[in-house]
Design a protein around this ligand. Structure first.
Ligand SMILES: Cc1cc2nc3c(=O)[nH]c(=O)nc-3n(C[C@H](O)[C@H](O)[C@H](O)COP(=O)(O)OP(=O)(O)OC[C@H]3O[C@@H](n4cnc5c(N)ncnc54)[C@H](O)[C@@H]3O)c2cc1C
Length: 552
């Protein structure tokens, strides 16, 4: 019988004008802004290693792990088939491979264990790359890393736990910590009645014997958001007799019995779905007090500060992932007789997305250097202030950026077999957890009030670019004036923090990026007035150069 398609020449499925998959590329080598920052901020020694890692993270097989870990979402078994309580989360093997790789690469610990100057910078670069593959598993990686400074406040407990927390061994078994080769740590602060305002926590801590730091307590209460509940232990806030205190709560008791941290259900999230988050009951769960009694918030804030910095890294990485997809698509897709990348209006949009992404990368890597140099007062003050400024600004810029990149790709960008929906749904999460936008802005005000030197450090840092761009000079002067008007700071906090963020990003770009990047950034972010969408760069912007610099 004649094939009808032959008879009519009716072959309909010739695929033309469709781009290739963005894969099998070196995610690090192709990222000029990241590459430059890695060496500039103090980790030139890590270039070879991070480049090796960039080849892995850009490989098709590795990128596929990110898709699989999200397609096959974690499932909860509260009990085993015999009815015994297990609180077991079952993940797709892709998730475990991502966790294992992150831990073997030291993304959870190299900045604590490696004494080389620039260890934070090198680790930030790796986390930036890993985040572009998959964000959800980044949550336990971050929390495990961030738990270390809080635990160090209780040296006896730290001596037992930190070596296995920082070990480069991923051990996913649901067993007591003593039997495992590597441990992960989560955190449980949020309760139903209050997330931002943890002082509202009602979970009770009852001393088993003696009271005080390092002592054993039993915790009774409910935690409304606990991510990565398969972690081996959690830093938890609870009320002891002297007020809100911080505790380390193991998943299993040292005697091998199950600690009653009972998972009630997994959250149904709109993004970050590879990461299990749950509601948990603590029914007399054993925990040890960490740090001073009644000083739970200052103790756990050591952890929270590091998670906030990781939100900056993750969202900067996500922006780079989004812009890479948009550029890769537009350089291959034609419309109205030209490639999209050659259409003037698309050039304006792409260049604007690149600027946002590069500014986020530069700020994040600069603060990684501060993390490496906390013994230098200027760096310590900068880290204190800019983790709040940058967490607020970069994480908030990410959702709009992801959406605009999706639109560059058009309808295919909306489809679930594209990476864009995952990037888009992931984007708001970093802005909301670890202190939502307003909370970050209020934290900036708190820092200004408690440690006024942070502001001098900010202006000193921004002042390094004084005289390089008239718009920045004006911007800084106006910011200074507006900060000096001390009334109603709380009402104006977002406006002030927005301007602090763009001011420091501009100053860094002026010092470290090509002129065509910094000039366009200043012209569009500091000089222009009124509300704009992406793609409203002024005529002076050298969009082709900006795009070429970021092109894969
Ligand atoms: C995916 C996911 C995973 C999470 N995992 C964890 C986890 O592992 N452990 C954990 O402890 N928590 C976790 N959380 C909880 C998260 O940290 C909280 O949702 C967050 O801190 C906000 O608290 P809330 O939801 O109670 O909102 P609220 O505290 O009620 O805040 C609501 C809004 O009010 C704003 N606001 C609060 N106070 C003020 C103020 N004074 N002035 C102006 N505005 C204000 C906030 O910025 C926010 O926008 C997770 C959340 C998500 C989404």
């Amino acid at each position: 019988m004649t094939d009808l398609s032959d008879r009519y020449g009716a072959v309909t499925h010739e695929v033309v004008n469709q781009p290739t998959e963005l894969s099998d590329y070196n995610m690090f080598d192709s990222d000029a802004a990241l590459k430059e920052a890695l060496s500039r901020e103090g980790a030139a020694w890590a270039v070879e290693d991070v480049s090796r890692f960039g080849a892995l993270t850009g490989s098709a097989a590795y990128l596929e792990l990110g898709a699989l870990a999200n397609k096959h979402q974690p499932e909860l078994d509260t009990h085993d088939r015999f009815g015994r309580r297990v609180d077991q989360i079952n993940f797709h093997p892709a998730y475990h491979t991502l966790m294992q790789t992150a831990i073997e690469e030291g993304i959870h610990s190299s900045h604590w264990t490696d004494s080389k100057p620039g260890a934070h910078v090198a680790r930030a670069a790796k986390f930036f790359l890993q985040s572009q593959v998959e964000a959800g598993h980044g949550c336990p990686i971050t929390m495990t890393s961030a738990a270390v400074p809080s635990l160090m406040l209780q040296p006896d407990i730290a001596a037992q736990w930190v070596p296995k927390i920082t070990a480069r061994s991923y051990d996913a078994r649901n067993l007591p910590a003593e039997q495992k080769t590597g441990l992960t740590v989560g955190m449980a602060m949020t309760e139903k009645q209050g997330g931002s305002d943890v002082r509202a926590n009602t979970t009770r801590a009852i001393a088993v014997g003696a009271e005080g730091p390092g002592q054993a307590y039993e915790l009774v209460g409910h935690k409304y958001f606990v991510s990565a509940p398969m972690c081996d232990a959690f830093l938890v806030l609870a009320q002891s007799s002297k007020g809100l205190s911080c505790f380390l709560l193991p998943r299993w008791r040292p005697d091998g019995s199950k600690n009653p941290i009972q998972i009630q259900r997994l959250k149904r999230k709109m993004g970050n779905v590879s990461n299990a988050s749950c509601e948990t009951e603590l029914r007399g769960a054993l925990a040890w007090m960490i740090g001073q009694e009644g000083r739970g918030v200052p103790t756990i804030i050591e952890m929270v500060a590091m998670t906030r910095f990781d939100c900056m890294i993750g969202s900067s990485g996500a922006m780079r992932a989004a812009v890479s997809q948009a550029l890769h698509h537009c350089k291959q897709r034609g419309a109205f007789g030209k490639l999209l990348v050659d259409q003037p209006l698309m050039q304006n949009v792409l260049a604007d997305l690149v600027l946002e992404s590069e500014a986020a990368t530069v700020l994040t890597m600069r603060i990684a250097r501060s993390m490496d140099n906390r013994q230098v007062p200027h760096e310590d003050l900068l880290a204190r202030l800019i983790t709040a400024v940058g967490k607020y600004w970069i994480c908030k810029r990410s959702p709009g950026h992801a959406f605009e990149a999706m639109e560059c790709i058009g309808g295919s960008g909306v489809m679930e077999d594209s990476p864009m929906p995952r990037l888009y749904r992931e984007a708001p999460v970093n802005a909301i957890w670890e202190g939502s936008g307003n909370v970050q802005c209020l934290d900036v005000l708190r820092a200004l009030h408690k440690t006024p030197e942070v502001l001098s450090a900010y202006f000193e840092e921004v002042g390094k670019a004084r005289g390089m761009n008239a718009d920045l000079d004006r911007h800084v002067q106006q910011l200074q004036t507006d900060l000096d008007q001390g009334n109603d700071l709380e009402f104006r906090a977002r406006d002030l923090v927005d301007r602090m963020a763009t001011g420091i990003q501009a100053a860094l770009l002026l010092q470290h990026a090509p002129d065509f990047v910094s000039d366009a950034f200043c012209a569009s972010r500091l000089a222009s007035t009124g509300a704009h969408q992406y793609g409203a760069l002024p005529r002076s912007a050298q969009v082709r150069k900006i795009i070429d610099r970021a092109m894969i």
